[in-house]
Every structure is written in structure tokens, then in C-alpha cells.
Design a protein around this ligand. Structure first.
Ligand code: CA
Length: 246
């Protein structure tokens, strides 16, 4: 028996799955929206999450990434397409398994059983004392082998957590450094605010202004202004891009 959080906005599918999973002995809670699911995971941590990707408020992949910022709970994704690229993206974003719609309740129950067996074996092996484990952060935003990133005169060392501009060390707060390192790791790409929330803040409940406050602090420390950007460029309505000044 496990506690299952079922995230599905279609009421017909939801009640059918609740019925089947309950019949397999699981205790099922449900959510119909992404934010609701994230709140539910923090308030009443389940043993496993079944996540439908087509939700009304958030893209399922973003829900998955935000979820990974706050929890290591196993996630089985329900996807409408059996598309290799999509599935790879989901597994990279932290899904443990997936089912392709339409699937039967029995098939889902079997997948859940397999994922639960696998993850309990894994956490028993990784944490024989039974401590830690569940809430250890997964470092999705930081490359596996951190290296020094050079963009123009800006040098960011994720391992040492230092940043230098033209040889002078920048005095950054923890979050300012995380934001700068993330943007530097994605130099020349426009990064959306949503991705920044998911990958740097790793939580869904952050005001838009929070990013702006940190951005303007970074700009000040980099010696530039939003009206005359050098490194940090805002692409209106899309996101933020860090580039080497010309
Ligand atoms: Ca849906």
C-alpha cells in the first residue's frame, strides 16, 4: 500500500484512476492543477506521484522540474504521445517512469508497483541508515563537473562559487551567484523566467519581482544599467540572456 498523488485535470479519467488505484490498495489524493500538486507534495508528501502532462495552469515538464526542486518523490508521468524526444526530456527532468495515454488502470498500478520497489531498494542501498535521502536536493542546475565559465571579461567558477569581472572578485549573495552562474552556463541563450524559477529558485511560489530584484542587484555589481545593458539583456516578454559585451 502506498499513498499516491494523482495529478490529472480530467474528472472522468481522475475518478476512474482513483477507483483502480484504490482497488490495488493505495491511498489516493488528487490534484487537478500543477500549483495545487506542488502544494500538496509539500503539505502531505506522497510515496509516489502520477503526473498528467496536460494541465490547465502549468506545463507538465515545468511541474516536474519544480517538483524536483522540492522533493525526491518518485514520479510516473502520463504522456499523450509516445515520442522518444519527449520521453527523454521527461526522464532528464526527473521522471522515474512514464505511461502513454490511453493506458489502463491495471497498467498504471503495475508501473507504480515497479517504481516503488525500485526506489525503495535504491534509497535503502544509498542511505543504509535510513536518514537523509528523501529531501537531499538533486542538483539539476549545476553541471556534473563544474568548470570555470568565461563570458567576455566575466569569469564564473561554480565549484569555488566565485565570480570575477576583469579580474576583480564580485561580492554576490548566494542567490545572486546562483542566478549569475545559471545565466553564464546558458550564455547566448534566452532563458525564460519560468525556467529560472524552476532551476535557480526551484520553487513555484516566487514573485516575478524577486527575479527582477536579483537581476538589478547583479546589474549594479556588473556596473551596468537595464537601459544600457552589457552582459544582462532582457528580452521583453521572453526572458533574460547573458552575452559577452561587444
Ligand atoms: Ca490533462
Amino acid at each position: 500500500m502506498a499513498s499516491v498523488l494523482l495529478v490529472e485535470d480530467d474528472p472522468v479519467i481522475r475518478s476512474a484512476l482513483i477507483e483502480v488505484l484504490s482497488a490495488h490498495g493505495h491511498v489516493v489524493h488528487s490534484a487537478s492543477h500543477g500549483f495545487e500538486a506542488l502544494r500538496e507534495v509539500t503539505q502531505r508528501p506522497p510515496d509516489v506521484v502520477v503526473l498528467d502532462l496536460g494541465l490547465p495552469d502549468l506545463d507538465g515538464t515545468d511541474v516536474l522540474r519544480m517538483l524536483r526542486g522540492i522533493s525526491q518523490v518518485p514520479v510516473v508521468v502520463a504522456t499523450a504521445r509516445d515520442d522518444d524526444a519527449q520521453v527523454i526530456k521527461l526522464l532528464n527532468a526527473g521522471a522515474d517512469d512514464y505511461v502513454v495515454k490511453p493506458f489502463s488502470g491495471g497498467q498504471l498500478a503495475a508501473r507504480l508497483g515497479a517504481v516503488l520497489r525500485r526506489t525503495s531498494a535504491r534509497s535503502a542501498a544509498a542511505f543504509p541508515q535510513g536518514a537523509e535521502g528523501a529531501n537531499a536536493p538533486r542538483n539539476g542546475a549545476i553541471p556534473a563537473t563544474p568548470r570555470v565559465i568565461q563570458v567576455g571579461d566575466l569569469q564564473v567558477d561554480p565549484a569555488a562559487r566565485t565570480a570575477h569581472l576583469a579580474g576583480h572578485e564580485l561580492r554576490l549573495t548566494r542567490r545572486e551567484f546562483d542566478l549569475l552562474a545559471y545565466l553564464a552556463a546558458h550564455a547566448d541563450q534566452v532563458v525564460s523566467r519560468r525556467r529560472i524559477l524552476a532551476d535557480v529558485w526551484r520553487q513555484p511560489y516566487v514573485e516575478d519581482q524577486t527575479i527582477d530584484v536579483h537581476l538589478s542587484a547583479l546589474r549594479r555589481k556588473l556596473g551596468e544599467r537595464a537601459s544600457q545593458p552589457r552582459y544582462l539583456h532582457t528580452v521583453r516578454g521572453i526572458g533574460i540572456k547573458l552575452v559577452a559585451p561587444r
